[in-house]
Design a protein. Sequence first.
Lengths: 151, 158
Amino acid sequence: MSAALDTVDRRIINDMQGGFPICERPFAVAAEALDLDEDDLIARIGRLVDEGRLSRFAPMFNAERLGGAVCLCAMAVPEARFDAVAEQVNAHGEVAHNYARAHALNMWFVLASEDPARIDQVAAEIAAETGLEVYPMPKLDEFYIGFKVEA
Amino acid sequence: MLDDLDRRIVAATQAGLPLVTRPYHAVAEAVGAPPEEVMARLRRMLDAGIVRRIGAVPNHYALGWTANGMSVWDVDDRAVAALGPRIGALEFVSHCYRRPRHRPHWPYNLFAMVHGRARDEVDAKVATIAEKLGAAARGHEVLYSTRILKKTGLRIAA
Protein backbone atom coordinates (compact mmCIF):
# COMPACT_ATOMS: atom_id res chain seq x y z
CA MET A 1 0.00 0.00 0.00
CA SER A 2 1.23 3.48 -0.76
CA ALA A 3 0.95 6.96 0.71
CA ALA A 4 -1.58 8.11 3.26
CA LEU A 5 -5.09 9.02 2.18
CA ASP A 6 -5.77 12.66 1.53
CA THR A 7 -9.00 14.45 2.43
CA VAL A 8 -10.54 13.85 -0.97
CA ASP A 9 -9.81 10.10 -0.79
CA ARG A 10 -11.47 9.97 2.61
CA ARG A 11 -14.54 11.74 1.33
CA ILE A 12 -14.77 9.31 -1.58
CA ILE A 13 -14.53 6.33 0.77
CA ASN A 14 -16.88 7.75 3.41
CA ASP A 15 -19.50 9.37 1.20
CA MET A 16 -19.70 7.00 -1.76
CA GLN A 17 -20.62 3.71 -0.04
CA GLY A 18 -24.05 3.90 -1.60
CA GLY A 19 -26.27 6.06 -3.75
CA PHE A 20 -24.12 6.03 -6.86
CA PRO A 21 -26.45 7.32 -9.58
CA ILE A 22 -27.80 5.27 -12.46
CA CYS A 23 -27.59 7.64 -15.40
CA GLU A 24 -25.48 8.26 -18.47
CA ARG A 25 -22.60 9.99 -16.67
CA PRO A 26 -22.87 8.99 -13.01
CA PHE A 27 -19.27 9.89 -12.15
CA ALA A 28 -19.92 13.44 -13.33
CA VAL A 29 -22.97 13.67 -11.02
CA ALA A 30 -21.08 12.17 -8.07
CA ALA A 31 -18.04 14.35 -8.75
CA GLU A 32 -20.14 17.50 -8.58
CA ALA A 33 -21.34 16.59 -5.09
CA LEU A 34 -17.71 16.17 -4.03
CA ASP A 35 -16.58 19.30 -5.87
CA LEU A 36 -14.24 17.27 -8.08
CA ASP A 37 -13.65 16.76 -11.79
CA GLU A 38 -15.27 13.70 -13.31
CA ASP A 39 -11.88 12.43 -14.59
CA ASP A 40 -10.21 13.06 -11.25
CA LEU A 41 -12.92 11.08 -9.42
CA ILE A 42 -12.63 8.15 -11.84
CA ALA A 43 -8.84 8.14 -11.51
CA ARG A 44 -8.98 8.29 -7.70
CA ILE A 45 -11.48 5.43 -7.45
CA GLY A 46 -9.27 3.38 -9.76
CA ARG A 47 -6.26 4.08 -7.58
CA LEU A 48 -8.11 3.23 -4.33
CA VAL A 49 -9.16 -0.10 -5.88
CA ASP A 50 -5.61 -0.77 -7.13
CA GLU A 51 -4.21 -0.01 -3.68
CA GLY A 52 -6.71 -2.41 -2.13
CA ARG A 53 -8.34 0.27 0.01
CA LEU A 54 -11.58 -0.44 -1.81
CA SER A 55 -12.40 -4.08 -2.49
CA ARG A 56 -14.33 -2.89 -5.52
CA PHE A 57 -16.57 -0.15 -6.82
CA ALA A 58 -19.73 -1.96 -7.78
CA PRO A 59 -23.33 -2.82 -7.08
CA MET A 60 -23.66 -4.92 -3.91
CA PHE A 61 -26.08 -7.74 -4.64
CA ASN A 62 -28.28 -9.41 -2.05
CA ALA A 63 -27.69 -13.13 -2.61
CA GLU A 64 -31.05 -14.18 -1.18
CA ARG A 65 -32.96 -11.74 -3.37
CA LEU A 66 -31.06 -13.09 -6.36
CA GLY A 67 -32.85 -16.35 -5.60
CA GLY A 68 -29.94 -17.95 -3.81
CA ALA A 69 -29.31 -18.83 -0.20
CA VAL A 70 -26.62 -18.05 2.35
CA CYS A 71 -25.84 -19.83 5.59
CA LEU A 72 -23.20 -19.30 8.25
CA CYS A 73 -21.76 -22.57 9.58
CA ALA A 74 -19.32 -23.35 12.38
CA MET A 75 -17.06 -26.28 13.18
CA ALA A 76 -14.81 -27.31 16.05
CA VAL A 77 -11.64 -28.37 14.26
CA PRO A 78 -8.77 -30.09 16.12
CA GLU A 79 -5.75 -27.75 15.97
CA ALA A 80 -3.50 -30.40 14.40
CA ARG A 81 -5.87 -30.80 11.46
CA PHE A 82 -6.82 -27.15 11.11
CA ASP A 83 -5.03 -26.31 7.86
CA ALA A 84 -6.00 -29.59 6.20
CA VAL A 85 -9.66 -29.10 7.13
CA ALA A 86 -9.54 -25.48 5.92
CA GLU A 87 -8.36 -26.81 2.58
CA GLN A 88 -11.18 -29.36 2.44
CA VAL A 89 -13.78 -26.72 3.32
CA ASN A 90 -12.41 -24.05 0.97
CA ALA A 91 -12.32 -26.50 -1.94
CA HIS A 92 -16.11 -26.15 -2.17
CA GLY A 93 -17.07 -23.33 -4.53
CA GLU A 94 -20.08 -22.57 -2.31
CA VAL A 95 -17.78 -21.45 0.53
CA ALA A 96 -17.85 -17.67 0.12
CA HIS A 97 -15.79 -16.74 3.19
CA ASN A 98 -14.05 -18.68 5.88
CA TYR A 99 -12.58 -17.22 9.08
CA ALA A 100 -10.54 -18.74 11.86
CA ARG A 101 -11.84 -17.51 15.21
CA ALA A 102 -10.51 -17.90 18.73
CA HIS A 103 -13.09 -20.25 20.29
CA ALA A 104 -13.84 -23.98 20.66
CA LEU A 105 -15.88 -23.47 17.48
CA ASN A 106 -12.81 -22.23 15.64
CA MET A 107 -13.81 -22.30 11.97
CA TRP A 108 -16.65 -20.12 10.69
CA PHE A 109 -17.60 -20.17 7.05
CA VAL A 110 -20.43 -18.89 4.90
CA LEU A 111 -22.06 -21.11 2.31
CA ALA A 112 -23.66 -19.23 -0.57
CA SER A 113 -25.36 -20.79 -3.54
CA GLU A 114 -27.77 -19.84 -6.26
CA ASP A 115 -29.50 -23.13 -5.55
CA PRO A 116 -30.87 -23.11 -1.96
CA ALA A 117 -30.92 -26.92 -1.90
CA ARG A 118 -27.13 -26.95 -2.24
CA ILE A 119 -26.62 -25.41 1.21
CA ASP A 120 -27.66 -28.52 3.13
CA GLN A 121 -25.93 -30.77 0.61
CA VAL A 122 -22.59 -28.97 0.89
CA ALA A 123 -22.81 -28.84 4.69
CA ALA A 124 -23.39 -32.61 4.67
CA GLU A 125 -20.51 -33.14 2.22
CA ILE A 126 -18.14 -31.16 4.45
CA ALA A 127 -19.24 -33.11 7.51
CA ALA A 128 -18.69 -36.41 5.66
CA GLU A 129 -15.30 -35.39 4.24
CA THR A 130 -13.92 -34.11 7.52
CA GLY A 131 -15.72 -36.39 9.96
CA LEU A 132 -16.58 -33.28 11.97
CA GLU A 133 -19.94 -31.89 12.94
CA VAL A 134 -21.06 -28.81 10.97
CA TYR A 135 -23.29 -26.48 12.98
CA PRO A 136 -25.58 -24.52 10.67
CA MET A 137 -26.36 -21.01 11.91
CA PRO A 138 -28.91 -19.69 9.43
CA LYS A 139 -30.32 -16.19 9.84
CA LEU A 140 -33.66 -16.33 11.61
CA ASP A 141 -34.09 -12.54 11.78
CA GLU A 142 -32.04 -9.71 10.35
CA PHE A 143 -31.64 -6.63 12.55
CA TYR A 144 -29.15 -4.92 10.30
CA ILE A 145 -29.48 -1.21 9.68
CA GLY A 146 -26.25 -0.03 8.16
CA PHE A 147 -22.57 0.47 8.62
CA LYS A 148 -20.03 2.88 7.30
CA VAL A 149 -16.32 2.36 7.50
CA GLU A 150 -14.71 5.69 8.25
CA ALA A 151 -11.41 6.15 6.48
CA MET B 1 -36.47 -14.31 -10.38
CA LEU B 2 -33.92 -12.92 -12.77
CA ASP B 3 -34.10 -13.45 -16.49
CA ASP B 4 -31.13 -14.07 -18.70
CA LEU B 5 -30.32 -10.40 -19.32
CA ASP B 6 -30.51 -9.61 -15.58
CA ARG B 7 -28.05 -12.42 -14.93
CA ARG B 8 -25.68 -11.10 -17.54
CA ILE B 9 -25.87 -7.64 -15.98
CA VAL B 10 -25.13 -9.07 -12.53
CA ALA B 11 -22.23 -11.11 -13.89
CA ALA B 12 -20.81 -8.10 -15.74
CA THR B 13 -20.94 -5.72 -12.75
CA GLN B 14 -20.45 -7.78 -9.56
CA ALA B 15 -16.66 -7.49 -9.58
CA GLY B 16 -16.72 -3.78 -10.44
CA LEU B 17 -18.34 -1.14 -12.60
CA PRO B 18 -16.21 -0.07 -15.54
CA LEU B 19 -14.30 3.04 -14.42
CA VAL B 20 -15.12 5.12 -17.50
CA THR B 21 -17.27 8.18 -18.11
CA ARG B 22 -20.27 6.13 -19.24
CA PRO B 23 -20.03 2.95 -17.15
CA TYR B 24 -23.55 1.68 -17.82
CA HIS B 25 -23.01 2.14 -21.55
CA ALA B 26 -19.89 -0.01 -21.27
CA VAL B 27 -21.89 -2.65 -19.39
CA ALA B 28 -24.60 -2.46 -22.07
CA GLU B 29 -22.03 -3.13 -24.74
CA ALA B 30 -20.63 -6.08 -22.79
CA VAL B 31 -24.04 -7.71 -22.33
CA GLY B 32 -25.40 -6.80 -25.77
CA ALA B 33 -28.37 -4.68 -24.69
CA PRO B 34 -29.32 -1.00 -25.07
CA PRO B 35 -27.93 1.26 -22.31
CA GLU B 36 -31.43 2.49 -21.35
CA GLU B 37 -32.50 -1.10 -20.81
CA VAL B 38 -29.47 -1.86 -18.62
CA MET B 39 -30.08 1.25 -16.50
CA ALA B 40 -33.81 0.49 -16.18
CA ARG B 41 -33.05 -3.04 -15.02
CA LEU B 42 -30.47 -1.87 -12.48
CA ARG B 43 -32.99 0.66 -11.13
CA ARG B 44 -35.57 -2.11 -10.84
CA MET B 45 -33.09 -4.38 -9.02
CA LEU B 46 -32.21 -1.52 -6.67
CA ASP B 47 -35.90 -0.85 -5.91
CA ALA B 48 -36.51 -4.57 -5.32
CA GLY B 49 -33.54 -4.84 -2.94
CA ILE B 50 -31.73 -7.26 -5.26
CA VAL B 51 -29.04 -4.56 -5.40
CA ARG B 52 -28.46 -3.36 -1.83
CA ARG B 53 -26.54 -0.31 -2.95
CA ILE B 54 -24.10 0.86 -5.60
CA GLY B 55 -20.79 2.42 -4.71
CA ALA B 56 -17.48 2.00 -2.96
CA VAL B 57 -16.96 -1.26 -1.06
CA PRO B 58 -14.24 -0.51 1.50
CA ASN B 59 -11.65 -3.05 2.52
CA HIS B 60 -11.88 -2.79 6.33
CA TYR B 61 -8.46 -4.30 6.88
CA ALA B 62 -6.65 -2.05 4.42
CA LEU B 63 -8.26 0.99 6.06
CA GLY B 64 -6.93 0.02 9.45
CA TRP B 65 -10.10 -1.61 10.84
CA THR B 66 -8.19 -4.74 11.72
CA ALA B 67 -10.07 -5.79 14.86
CA ASN B 68 -13.23 -7.66 14.02
CA GLY B 69 -15.16 -9.19 16.85
CA MET B 70 -18.20 -11.37 16.42
CA SER B 71 -20.12 -10.73 19.62
CA VAL B 72 -22.62 -13.47 20.44
CA TRP B 73 -25.32 -13.20 23.07
CA ASP B 74 -27.68 -15.53 24.88
CA VAL B 75 -30.77 -13.34 24.91
CA ASP B 76 -34.13 -14.26 26.38
CA ASP B 77 -36.29 -15.49 23.48
CA ARG B 78 -39.17 -13.31 24.64
CA ALA B 79 -37.00 -10.17 24.44
CA VAL B 80 -34.85 -10.77 21.38
CA ALA B 81 -37.33 -9.47 18.78
CA ALA B 82 -37.60 -6.14 20.58
CA LEU B 83 -33.90 -5.80 21.44
CA GLY B 84 -32.41 -6.98 18.13
CA PRO B 85 -33.32 -3.86 16.14
CA ARG B 86 -31.83 -1.64 18.86
CA ILE B 87 -28.51 -3.46 18.60
CA GLY B 88 -28.62 -3.47 14.77
CA ALA B 89 -29.15 0.29 14.85
CA LEU B 90 -25.87 0.95 16.68
CA GLU B 91 -23.58 2.65 14.21
CA PHE B 92 -20.62 0.38 14.94
CA VAL B 93 -22.55 -2.88 14.36
CA SER B 94 -22.15 -4.05 10.77
CA HIS B 95 -24.36 -7.14 10.89
CA CYS B 96 -26.91 -8.21 13.48
CA TYR B 97 -28.87 -11.43 13.25
CA ARG B 98 -30.87 -13.86 15.34
CA ARG B 99 -29.59 -17.40 14.74
CA PRO B 100 -30.39 -20.80 16.24
CA ARG B 101 -28.77 -22.06 19.44
CA HIS B 102 -26.97 -25.40 19.40
CA ARG B 103 -27.07 -26.43 23.04
CA PRO B 104 -25.02 -27.50 24.88
CA HIS B 105 -22.13 -26.28 22.65
CA TRP B 106 -23.67 -23.01 21.66
CA PRO B 107 -26.21 -21.15 23.80
CA TYR B 108 -26.10 -17.91 21.80
CA ASN B 109 -28.99 -16.65 19.65
CA LEU B 110 -28.02 -13.05 18.83
CA PHE B 111 -24.97 -12.16 16.71
CA ALA B 112 -23.63 -8.62 16.38
CA MET B 113 -20.48 -8.02 14.34
CA VAL B 114 -18.38 -5.19 15.75
CA HIS B 115 -15.46 -3.56 13.93
CA GLY B 116 -12.72 -1.42 15.35
CA ARG B 117 -9.14 -0.31 14.80
CA ALA B 118 -8.00 -2.25 17.85
CA ARG B 119 -9.40 -4.82 20.27
CA ASP B 120 -9.88 -2.38 23.13
CA GLU B 121 -12.08 -0.30 20.84
CA VAL B 122 -14.15 -3.40 20.03
CA ASP B 123 -14.33 -4.32 23.74
CA ALA B 124 -15.68 -0.85 24.57
CA LYS B 125 -18.34 -1.20 21.90
CA VAL B 126 -19.29 -4.66 23.17
CA ALA B 127 -19.74 -3.09 26.64
CA THR B 128 -22.23 -0.67 25.08
CA ILE B 129 -24.17 -3.59 23.64
CA ALA B 130 -24.17 -5.31 27.05
CA GLU B 131 -25.62 -2.16 28.57
CA LYS B 132 -28.40 -2.01 25.99
CA LEU B 133 -29.31 -5.67 26.42
CA GLY B 134 -29.25 -5.47 30.21
CA ALA B 135 -30.64 -8.41 32.14
CA ALA B 136 -32.16 -9.97 28.99
CA ALA B 137 -28.63 -11.17 28.09
CA ARG B 138 -27.66 -14.17 30.21
CA GLY B 139 -24.17 -14.46 28.76
CA HIS B 140 -21.98 -13.44 25.88
CA GLU B 141 -18.64 -13.99 24.21
CA VAL B 142 -16.60 -12.12 21.60
CA LEU B 143 -15.01 -14.28 18.91
CA TYR B 144 -12.11 -12.48 17.28
CA SER B 145 -11.05 -13.54 13.84
CA THR B 146 -7.47 -14.73 13.85
CA ARG B 147 -7.10 -15.47 10.13
CA ILE B 148 -9.05 -15.04 6.93
CA LEU B 149 -9.04 -18.50 5.35
CA LYS B 150 -11.06 -17.56 2.28
CA LYS B 151 -12.88 -14.50 1.01
CA THR B 152 -14.43 -14.62 -2.44
CA GLY B 153 -18.10 -13.79 -1.95
CA LEU B 154 -20.96 -15.17 -3.99
CA ARG B 155 -20.25 -15.25 -7.68
CA ILE B 156 -23.09 -15.46 -10.15
CA ALA B 157 -22.38 -17.14 -13.46
CA ALA B 158 -23.55 -15.33 -16.58
